[in-house]
Design a protein around this ligand. Sequence first.
Ligand code: AMP
Length: 192
Amino acid sequence: MKSIAVFCASSIRSKEIYKEAAYNCGKALAKKNIRLVYGGASVGLMGALADGALEAGGDVIGVLPHFLDRREIAHKKIEMIRVKSMHERKLKMHELSDACLTLPGGFGTMEEFFEMLTWAQLGLHEKPNAILNVNGFYDSLINQFDVMVMEGLLKEKHRDILLIDNNIDALIDKVLNYKAPEVKEWLKKKRL
Ligand code: AMP
């Protein structure tokens, strides 16, 4: 495992506990020699994440659309790839990484998280998808996944693709040991 894409909030109004979790996530990846791929912002949890990785001597690569340059305030100390659109950003982050990890965030984070998860569900890639449930932030979302399974709208084997932990080191270990479920042959041909 060489690189992990991390999705998280750009908001600057986050509680300290989430900023700390983002910072520690960056640090934990760097310590395991895993390159961080993220959205390239210097603000919010995204900024804390990159700072944690940089301060622990890690490699960081940002993927930022030109039009978000001012809003998300591009991080100055990282290698940056500029793209034209949000679609391009997501695809580039996917191409550059071997797994994705989601920290607390808002709609943008959820959009990125679900896109990667549904691509995995379709068998378009076999990369692990992980969620850091720090401070129970995602309890209700995880509960909703159980509701989806109970109501017959989500297959249990698809719900089980998702790796969850509240501890970053334990979560990274789960990512490193992940084995993708078997998918149908015709789906394999469509891989991204
Ligand atoms: P948020 O969780 O809303 O703070 O957003 C986190 C990050 O997701 C920010 O860098 C947003 O620019 C980004 N984002 C929002 N929507 C999308 C999208 N459709 N594709 C890729 N990134 C997105």
